[in-house]
Design a protein around this ligand. Sequence first.
Ligand code: G3P
Ligand code: MG
Length: 343
Amino acid sequence: AQMQDLSSETVKKAKDMAFVFDIDGVLVHGDRLIPEGQRVLEILNGDNELGIKIPHIFLTNGSGKPEKPRCEQLSKILSNPISTDQFIQSHTPMRALAEYYKTVLVVGGEGYKCREVAEQYGFEDIVVPNDIVAWDPTIAPYRVFTEEERATSRPRDFSQTNINAIMVFSDSRDYATDMQIIMDLLRSENGRIGTLAKDPVATRIPIYFSQGDMLCPTEHPIPRMSQGTFRIGLEAMYKALSGVDLERVVYGKPELATYKYADEVISSWMEQIHDDERLPSNVYMIGDNPASDIIGGNMYGWNTCLVRTGVYQGEGNDKENPASFGVFKNVYEAVTTAMKKQL
Ligand code: G3P
Ligand code: MG
């Protein structure tokens, strides 16, 4: 009977915890598996002493394609099923903006994938920079526009359209063109291309960024610039041209809105796994970037675990944003230590 009590007590504890995983630098490097990532997902999906599932969600600043194909791709790499119901990428919470703006400029990403993302979020009228270039190539004087790009763009008479907001969803593939068009819109009257507002602020349309990372680790030995640096460039140019500061909204880790959204996803995933939507008392976030994963998790009261398989390579804990639960060699060490402590 005592054994029974003990194990039911352990099950109760196991049901009061959840994991939040960063993706890049924790579970994978681009398309390359970090083997410990596959193992921890097997453990959390039931291959553990208790034989129960431990809820876990994925919270990435990644972007650029719809949730469904991204989850399919990750399921394949990690050999474990990943549902869109347990998955948040940088622009996922921006779906809530679809009801506020009719016509939006969507910037960034490969080809037309971000147009597709915006369509799936329910945005009604989506414009991408190439649509504007196809209508008037002089808007981007140094741009070489290929036939293929022309064929996939949707030009219209933009002198007749007000764009209601700018959504930077993913990294710009052409800073010169994207910055020029964004600047034209920010300085226009109510988002009408070809106009220049007299008052820089009164009729300015809002701009949103899906995340604020300065750098992104890639195949290149030194990390490459990401949306954060793109935004800072824009802010400086805007200030120089208009004389006023640019107001903007940033999503993604470590912004509060993203963690609040994560709580909603944890709660509905708890419901799916344990039939109980209450948030667990113990949430463990595992990340590789002190400046986004760890600082945000610490502010939000999660137990944070910093791993050494990605951005962070320092000795000991990070000085500025130390992980509250500790630093680990890899995600396997972090998850098994957390489970030992908890159960
Ligand atoms: O910097 C953008 C992206 O690559 C970061 O992804 O999963 O580490 O948040 P993640
Ligand atoms: Mg990462």
